[in-house]
Write a protein that binds this ligand. Structure first.
Ligand code: ASP
Ligand code: MG
Length: 408
């Protein structure tokens, strides 16, 4: 008998009919002899609706009370799903996060899980129950309700799977797995049967939004096999594990991620001396702005150009800071550009195959796509290009690396 933790997101429990469909699916797993713990999100749109209600009362709700409010969204779905299971003849019992208990620190709206006491859940499983747990919430050491941050139900599921030493943690969502790239951009994008934790982390941090990054980190740390599946169709989904033997199949790269959220800042012609990089990035860090890519190149005349990227919503603030620094450092010019995107190739296969970067650059060159910045890591190559080339760039790279759907 295997123990599975399943998580169903907001769209999967968005209506009473869909909750019924989730119940049917859960019962199917039970019939195949699995013990099942189910973690659910609030009905889709509900968390936003609750936040909106709070805003109608006050522009700055007390963090404790806001968590108290948001935790109700998931309390609704655990009760409804449990009723649906019972209605179908399946013994089941629901718990809020504090009831489990899932213990967290006291950082309201972004609490971290400290420990889970899984005895109660285990006893119910042994007694033949499906256990339904509210995602996204816990309780701090003083008994206050906390929430884990948006999308936090993924983390609840992985943490529960870890505490219960589950055989697999399954995340049911509205897509049927992790794809080679966004199918809305490349219709030939293919579902991956497997991907490694490292690749998934890169894909997630580069803009692929299938899973919460924290949940992937957590599962990787405790080596819990994680599977992404659709709650609307049947299928194997995508399994995320440490095994890298699938790298042999996809000899070169696993996927292409892209990020529209990037903007670029450049300081041209500052004196090339120790301390310049820190003079530029120090004030940026002090303003709490995260820097992604950095490029510096020195000219023959003893000056240097310095370029870096920040997230779109930090662009204005960063540009102001950089203009002030430019004046202080006597820069020739300060420029900003928010019409850029980052495209990244990801794959553990890069470790063992040379020539991937050159193939990437040649492919882009053939289409007349200019590369503005490049950065690499062990399993990733990223380029910054003009925003207008996003679709074309991703499409030609997808083809050049043979990622398209295998002919039926
Ligand atoms: N209901 C919460 C949210 O919308 C948590 C979750 O869905 O995972 O962010
Ligand atoms: Mg949600």
């Amino acid at each position: 008998m295997t123990l599975i933790v399943q998580k169903y997101g907001g769209t999967s429990v968005g209506t009473p009919e869909r909750i019924g469909a989730v119940a049917d699916r859960v019962i199917n797993y039970c019939r195949r002899g699995h013990q099942v713990v189910v973690v659910v999100s609030a009905m889709s749109g509900e968390t936003d609706r609750l936040l909106g209600l709070a805003q109608q009362i006050t522009a700055s709700p007390d963090p404790r009370e806001q968590d108290m409010l948001l935790a109700t969204g998931e309390q609704v779905t655990i009760a409804l799903l449990t009723m649906a299971l019972q209605q179908r003849g399946q013994a089941a019992r629901s718990y809020t996060g504090p009831q489990v208990p899932i213990r967290t620190d006291s950082a309201y709206s972004k609490a971290r899980i400290a420990a889970i006491d899984a005895d109660r859940v285990r006893a119910d499983l042994t007694a033949g129950h499906v256990v339904v747990v509210a995602g996204f919430q816990g309780v701090d050491e003083h008994g206050h309700i906390t929430t884990l941050g948006r999308g936090g139900s993924d983390t609840t599921a992985v943490a529960l799977a870890t505490a219960l030493q589950a055989d697999e943690c399954q995340i049911f969502t509205d897509v049927d797995g992790v794809y080679t790239t966004d199918p809305r951009v490349v219709s030939e994008a293919r579902r991956l049967a497997r991907i490694t934790f490292e690749e998934m982390l890169e894909m997630a941090s580069l803009g692929s939004k299938v899973l919460q990054i924290r949940a992937v980190e957590f599962a990787g740390k405790y080596n819990i096999p994680l599977r992404v599946l659709s709650s609307f169709t049947e299928g194997e989904g995508t399994l995320i594990t440490y095994e890298e033997d699938h790298a042999v199949e996809h000899a070169l790269i696993t996927g292409i991620a892209f990020n529209r959220d990037e903007t670029q800042l450049t300081i041209l012609g500052v004196e090339d001396r120790p301390g310049v990089a820190s003079a530029i990035l120090g004030p940026i860090a002090e303003a709490n702005i995260d820097v992604d890519m950095i490029v510096q190149n020195s000219a023959h005349d003893g000056t240097t150009d310095f370029t870096f990227t920040v997230q779109r919503n930090d662009y204005k603030a960063a540009l102001e800071i950089v203009r002030a620094i430019g004046v202080r450092l006597g820069a020739r010019e300060v420029k900003g550009d928010d019409k850029i995107v980052k495209i990244s190739l990801v794959g553990v296969g890069m470790r063992t195959h040379a020539g991937i970067a050159s193939r990437m650059f040649a492919t882009l060159a053939r289409e007349g796509i200019n590369i503005r910045m490049i950065s690499t890591s062990e399993i990733k190559i990223s380029v910054v290009v003009d925003q207008k080339y996003l679709e074309l760039g991703v499409r030609v790279l997808h083809e050049a690396f043979g990622l398209e759907q295998e002919a039926a």
